[in-house]
Ligand binder design. Structure first.
Ligand code: GDP
Ligand code: IMO
Ligand code: MG
Length: 441
């Protein structure tokens, strides 16, 4: 199998969990390379819907070793709970490998995440409040505590004491919040250390040895291209490199090892949290009315667009080819998996944004200035739908109604990328795999 990066091509929640779960059986390793438990990846196991936040979605297959790479930030309590949940479902986590270089989310990171959002007021980002940003800040600021520090109580206590000498001041003096003692954090975290110790591993060496032996790796991205710290709609982004490039830095595997980059795109677009979203069909509570609000509500209701991590209603809008082309470029996408095409089956016609207009200027490319994106008016094409035809049972491209086929082909044309998977329902088998994808392996 080609070593593959699977990456969200929009603002997250594109269906990465489903597609990872679908293809993971063909890989020897499935590796998370960035983000933390801000991610919520849904997989369906024996008819039960499971939400994974930290565990790579390949955990369902015993042949695929799940790895949490150095680029991930880990909340150990969440990981321990997730492992217990999976074990209760009869899914073994025995093979899990956790990088010793991954950073640990501490209780104060979560407090600071919430407090900073409160401080921002109406300018807030709408984070998941899982402590992701503050943990990555400490990593970049060289103040972080890593998985390997959990291996030695003396070092852990020492690092914690140093960290708290700064964090307690910020918590108390800036935000008026509760401070922490070394002892109270140790009481919570040392038992986690004991549970996780058997899974801690030299993952960079493990993956590079695997490559030398001709084994295959699937890198499972979290969040999405437009949430990437560098390439996303900054500052309305997460704090990690979600794009395909992050797979190399977040695992210690060189970029030449990556043969394929599979972008996951929804057949429309959603976004959770604040920030620009040109094709948004606003809900009434966000200022939308008439047809706009109706379309937004319909996409949300039919697509069950509610966050897996926070339960928030996801903002919804039409497919945007400007961000589609941008995602192709910044990730070097070789293929796309188009998800949730079935959700569009209830529309008479379907709009697709091909470019933006702002202050009389047309933008075919992702605009350089955020303010342009905020004020961009989408230029739409309207395509005929396939209303009333149930596509959830289609298993080959030819079985799709002609207008659905035309929609998929049109997206390929305007985004300059081939669509190798078409997903027509949440289940693993509700997927059309295009001929060339199988033939190439
Ligand atoms: P992720 O974060 O990218 O893994 O995506 P999420 O799991 O947060 O959200 C995707 C949602 O869409 C989940 O509830 C999936 O079960 C569901 N889903 C995935 N693919 C399809 C599809 O083709 N059709 C429908 N109707 N639902 C899908
Ligand atoms: P998956 O992997 C959708 C969003 C948050 C917020 C911004 C920053 O399931 O696609 P953070 O807590 O990361 O500092 O929040 O990023 N966000 C996501 N949106 N899907 C996700 O993950 C997300 N992870 C973070 O809503 O706008
Ligand atoms: Mg999600």
């Amino acid at each position: 199998m080609a070593n593959t990066v699977l990456v969200g091509a929009q603002w997250g929640d594109e269906g990465k969990g489903k597609v990872t779960d679908l293809i993971a059986r063909d890989y020897d390793f499935v590796v998370r390379y960035q983000g933390g438990n801000n991610a919520g990846h849904t997989v369906i196991h024996g008819g039960t819907k499971l939400a994974l936040h930290l565990m790579p979605s390949g955990v369902m297959y015993p042949n695929a070793t799940p790895v949490i790479g150095n680029g991930v930030v880990i909340d150990p309590g969440v990981l321990v709970k997730e492992m217990a949940m999976l074990q209760a479902e009869g899914i073994s986590c025995e093979n899990l490998k956790i990088s010793c270089d991954a950073h640990i989310i501490m209780p104060y990171h979560k407090d600071l995440d919430g407090a900073d959002e409160k401080r921002l007021g109406e300018n807030q980002i709408g984070t998941t409040k899982r402590g992701i940003g503050p943990c990555y800040q400490d990593k970049a600021g060289r103040k972080g505590i890593r998985v390997q520090d959990l291996m030695d109580e003396r070092i852990f206590r020492l690092k914690l004491k140093t960290a708290l000498s700064q964090k307690n001041l910020i918590l108390e003096k800036v935000y008026g919040l509760h401070t922490y003692s070394v002892e109270e954090i140790c009481e919570e975290y040392l038992p986690y250390a004991k549970i996780l110790r058997p899974y801690m591993a030299e993952t960079t060496q493990l993956l590079n040895d695997a490559l030398r032996e001709g084994k295959s790796i699937l890198f499972e991205g979290a969040q999405g291209t437009l949430l990437d710290i560098d390439h996303g709609t900054y500052p309305f982004v997460t704090s990690s490199p979600c794009c395909a490039g992050g797979a190399a830095t977040g695992t210690g595997v060189g970029p030449k090892a990556i043969n394929r980059v599979l972008g996951i795109q929804k057949a429309y677009v959603t976004r959770v949290g604040a920030g620009p979203f040109p094709t948004e069909q606003r809900f009434p509570e966000d200022g939308g009315s008439g047809e706009e609000a109706e379309i937004g509500e319909k996409l949300c209701a039919v697509g069950h667009e509610f966050g897996v991590t926070t339960g928030r209603k996801r903002r919804c809008g039409w497919f945007d080819a400007v961000i589609g082309r941008y995602a192709v470029d910044v990730n070097g996408l070789t293929d796309v998996a188009l998800t949730k095409l079935d959700v569009l089956s209830s529309f008479d016609t379907i709009k697709v944004c091909v470019a933006y207009e702002c202050d009389g200027k047309r933008y075919d490319y992702f605009p350089m200035q955020q303010s342009v994106l905020f004020h961009a008016k989408p230029i739409y094409e309207e395509l005929p739908g396939w209303k009333g035809e149930d596509i959830t049972e289609c298993r080959s491209f030819e079985e799709l109604p002609a207008n659905a086929q035309a929609y998929v082909k049109h997206l390929e044309d305007i985004c300059n990328v081939r669509i190798s998977f078409v997903s027509v329902g949440p289940d693993r088998d509700q997927t059309i795999v295009r001929d060339w994808y199988r033939e190439e392996d």
